[in-house]
Design a protein around this ligand. Structure first.
Ligand code: ARG
Length: 365
């Protein structure tokens, strides 16, 4: 047992797969607005996702675990907590937690280091606890593992821009994207904040998306924390940026899948081009929109899990995406996964690499 993963594509040998049990539409909090009246969750309401949705998601998560185990990959699962309970710090209280599905949001593996992200939602402040039994066991089993946690955030009112959502929803999409490009979204710069899923790893280069969950101070903290890496703070033309893995997905050395609806900055495009990387526009998803109660977009179609530089897991009904990756030379493993979307994402979101073979390399020399 060894913690080691430098990028998104080296051969995967050990992974964590999340669980849907107890996931909540979380109680209102400054970081996020949930408003799904057509599915029984009008703005301000909260509660557990329906049991039949939980059962369907768990079936697909268990199936993913079996597929990975069948390929010789060690799979671990988190503990679930009572996510319906209220939580508090000395500075605030929050009427519910969220869940233990998108493992990728909370934890980041860089080499032998497992880093707990700050998170930026009060409902997700304690989510690391769902993974602690696993992390403790890795720490016991692997003497070389480095266990780190970013500064626990305070998440007081000062961490959020006052009145952000009301003002933001009144803007045109172009005006919203202008704020995205400036990194002036719901999070203030009072303290470092980031979700692990805003980071895409390419060996010595870490691409960190500024988003609704990651602020500049979070990017600065990551840059200081990984002095041996080039940490790029990047934005995309997406009015609701949240996690980089349905927008900018490195597949193997020299190849990144990109959501064309969310254009990258020229600077980022140039950086790849001068290093002979190819940027491929992801195939159009099969769906017109996300499923009920999902905070994600239809672009979960490109939220793929690379098993090794020639093999990739893709959602089974995303036939155009499957075909595109086949043409790019991948063996595609189709995995039914849309029932998991409401629980926080796709195949990449739902997993965390604990171990991929391989060493630190510079792919942008
Ligand atoms: N916000 C992204 C989208 O809807 C989904 C990414 C989810 N990723 C994750 N790690 N939870 O396009």
């Amino acid at each position: 047992m060894k913690v080691n993963a430098w990028n998104e594509w080296d051969p995967l040998t050990h992974v964590v797969v999340g669980r849907a049990d107890g996931t909540m539409v979380q109680a209102p909090e400054p970081a996020v607005v949930r408003d799904w009246p057509e599915y029984g969750f009008p703005r301000g309401s909260y509660g557990p996702l329906p049991p039949e949705m939980v059962a369907a998601a768990n079936e697909q998560l268990d199936n993913l675990a079996r597929i990975l185990e069948g390929r010789g990959i060690r799979v671990d699962r988190p503990e679930t907590l009572d996510f319906a309970r209220a939580v508090a710090t000395p500075e605030w209280s929050q009427a519910s937690m969220f869940g233990a599905m998108p493992v990728r949001d909370v934890l980041l593996t860089v080499g032998n280091e497992l880093l707990e992200a700050t998170m930026s939602f009060r409902s997700r402040w304690f989510e690391f606890l769902a993974y602690r039994p696993l992390i403790e066991s890795y720490f016991r089993e692997d003497p070389g593992m480095r266990w780190e946690a970013a500064p626990k955030p305070r998440l007081t009112r000062a961490s959020y821009r006052e009145g952000f959502w009301e003002a933001y929803e009144a803007l045109s999409e172009a005006e919203q994207v202008a704020l995205v490009r400036r990194g002036e979204l719901v999070l203030s710069e009072a303290e470092p904040l980031f979700d692990a899923a805003d980071v895409a790893r390419c060996g010595k280069d870490l691409f960190v998306q500024l988003s609704l969950a990651t602020n500049r101070a979070g990017g600065r903290w990551l840059r200081q924390h990984f002095p041996g890496h080039r940490v790029h703070l990047v934005t995309f033309g997406n009015p609701h940026p949240m996690h980089i893995d349905a927008t900018w997905v490195p597949l193997r050395p020299g190849l990144v899948l990109h959501c064309a609806e969310r254009p990258a900055e020229d600077e980022l495009v140039q950086y790849l081009k001068v290093n002979d990387w190819e940027i491929v526009r992801a195939a159009t998803p099969q769906r017109a929109g996300p499923p009920p109660l999902s905070a994600c977009s239809r672009w979960l179609s490109m939220n793929v899990l690379v098993l090794d530089p020639g093999t990739v897991c893709v959602e089974a009904s995303e036939t155009a995406q499957i075909e595109q990756l086949g043409k790019l030379g991948f063996e595609v493993v189709p995995v039914p996964f849309w029932d998991v979307a409401a629980f926080g994402g796709g195949l990449h979101c739902a997993t965390l690499d604990v171990h991929r073979e391989g060493v630190l390399e510079d792919y942008f020399p």
